[in-house]
Design a binder for this molecule. Structure first.
Ligand code: ACO
Length: 143
């Protein structure tokens, strides 16, 4: 992936693409001392949603191993409806990289806007927490 591509959102400006994997409301409890929504809260929502998506693809438990190319494009406000959308970037031997985008619908507005995006990598793990090869349709994926 080139540096330019790493910072380009997958979706166009009008609407998100990919699997909707989490939707939640930004609440006052998620704000910092200035009353703005914490970037860390948004990151954790994306990580949760991406983990759901990765576990569905891997059909196993997964853990986050890396977060890359994060862009915080616009602020999130209390009352915004936050939706996280996932698109598969690559499947490795034990890992899955997912491009995640967080979009918000602000109160009294009709059009969602892209606020944050980044690439999250998850590793399929066994019961002991060790990486395990990803299986798909009964076959181990080799890349
Ligand atoms: C610390 C925290 O709480 S972070 C939040 C939650 N996450 C965690 O707790 C995960 C903590 N980390 C771990 O448990 C381990 O590092 C594991 C299980 C994720 C990986 O174990 P390792 O022994 O390092 O595995 P290994 O070196 O074989 O790598 C596994 C896969 O991850 C990939 N990987 C490892 N590091 C990175 C990285 N920085 N970026 C992208 N991919 C990575 C490898 O390329 C490999 O992918 P592949 O099999 O598809 O080629």
């Amino acid at each position: 992936m080139t540096a330019a591509h790493a910072h380009a959102p997958l979706s166009n400006d009008a609407e998100p693409k990919g699997d909707l994997c989490i939707r939640t409301l930004a609440m006052p409890a998620d704000t910092n001392a200035n009353g703005d929504i914490f970037g860390g809260w948004l990151l954790s929502q994306m990580d949760l949603g991406g983990g759901v998506f990765a576990s569905k693809v891997a059909k196993s438990r997964t853990v986050t191993v890396a977060i890359d190319a994060m862009n915080f494009r616009k602020a999130v406000n209390v009352g915004d409806l936050v939706s996280v959308h996932a698109n598969l970037v690559r499947i490795g031997r034990t890992s899955i990289t997912v491009h995640l985008e967080a979009w918000v619908l602000r109160r009294r507005e009709q059009q969602s806007i892209l606020v944050t995006d980044g690439n999250f990598t998850y590793v399929s793990i066994d019961e002991q927490g060790h990486p395990q090869p990803i299986q798909r349709d009964g076959a181990t994926i080799e890349t």
